[in-house]
Design a protein around this ligand. Structure first.
Ligand SMILES: [Zn+2]
Length: 83
């Protein structure tokens, strides 16, 4: 049963991958947001480099495309929202 559920998620994930991203902290589906909205929440470099941003409505973290940036993104998010 567990295996079946996993397969289902994988198939679903393949179809809806770009829009089904979830917050790595609270697992909420991420909402598309504009660059302008993200500007004051993300590092300037990130704002200038990426054009697609999403944010979690639950915890307020911002995410952007670029999987190689994930670790850095998490660190920055922690720094930004820890205070
Ligand atoms: Zn969240």
């Amino acid at each position: 049963m567990e295996y079946g559920l996993l397969s289902q998620i994988t198939i679903k994930g393949k179809i809806t991958l770009p829009s089904s991203a979830r917050c790595s902290i609270c697992n909420e589906p991420l909402k598309e947001t504009t660059r302008e909205m993200a500007k004051s929440h993300v590092p300037e470099y990130t704002y200038n480099t990426f054009s697609s941003f999403k944010h979690c409505t639950k915890c307020g973290r911002f995410y952007w495309k670029g999987s190689h940036q994930e670790n850095l993104q998490k660190k920055l998010s922690d720094l930004l929202y820890r205070s």
